[in-house]
Design a protein around this ligand. Structure first.
Ligand code: NI
Ligand code: MN
Length: 227
């Protein structure tokens, strides 16, 4: 099982031959657009946490080319259908979806959600992904919230993918508490360094994690880690 990083909040999980893409934002990311060619990304599924452009910018183009099934909240899916996508699957918080690689539960994220054209984007969400190999929590853009304890109580999380860029989301200190709430010591950082508001001190982040006995993975854009 591989976890590829395409910058910002965009990851691709590869489990056997199945490819699951999250929050595609590449062509608008100065750190990623030279390294990642969206025309070469293969995807069977695209999960979108909320409607903000830095999470959905390249979704329509990739979905049209790959015919990936796009999963997001009702409002995001309705907007994607207006952009011409047909293979969409709307969900909402508390629901669970069984797919060929495992199952995914849709959980709260404390953030906002509007579409790039300003229309209503429903509520932002995170994903709890259970597979026969590893279980992951992809929190989406969120503040620290006590609801995360429920995730740790109901599922053994192996890796938590958490924002660490501060300003719009949690910073590293709250991400460490979030990892405690979900009972997981392996943190993969996202939503940092992409633009000025969220540039972080990576050494500080690593130090904080080490002190709390957490492993922090900051994957280079275009690289992957084996889970
Ligand atoms: Ni956002
Ligand atoms: Mn964002």
């Amino acid at each position: 099982m591989k976890l590829h990083y395409y910058g910002h909040s965009c990851f691709l999980i590869e489990i056997e031959s199945i490819k699951i893409l999250f929050d595609p934002f590449i062509t608008g990311n100065d750190l990623a657009k030279e390294k990642i060619d969206i025309n070469t990304i293969e995807a069977d599924y695209i999960f979108i946490s909320h409607g903000h452009a830095d999470h959905i910018l390249d979704a329509v183009e990739i979905a049209k080319r790959t015919n990936a099934k796009v999963v997001s909240n009702w409002e995001v899916c309705a907007w994607l259908e207006k952009q011409g996508l047909t293979n969409v699957h709307p969900v909402n918080h508390g629901g669970r979806l069984s797919l060929d690689f495992g199952r995914v539960k849709f959980v709260n994220a404390v953030h906002s959600s509007s579409m790039p054209d300003g229309s209503y984007g429903g509520n932002p969400m995170g994903f709890v992904i259970e597979t026969k190999e590893k279980n992951l929590y992809y929190s989406g853009d969120t503040a620290l919230t006590y609801d995360m304890k429920l995730i740790g109580q109901s599922c053994k999380i192996d890796y938590c993918l958490l924002p660490i860029g501060d300003n719009f989301t949690m910073g590293i200190e709250d991400a460490i508490i979030a990892s405690d709430f979900v009972q997981c010591n392996q943190i993969v950082g996202l939503h940092y360094d992409t633009f000025g508001y969220i540039v972080i001190d990576k050494e500080f982040a690593h130090k904080k994690c080490k002190k709390k006995h957490k492993t922090l993975s900051l994957i280079e854009i275009g690289e992957y880690i084996e889970l």
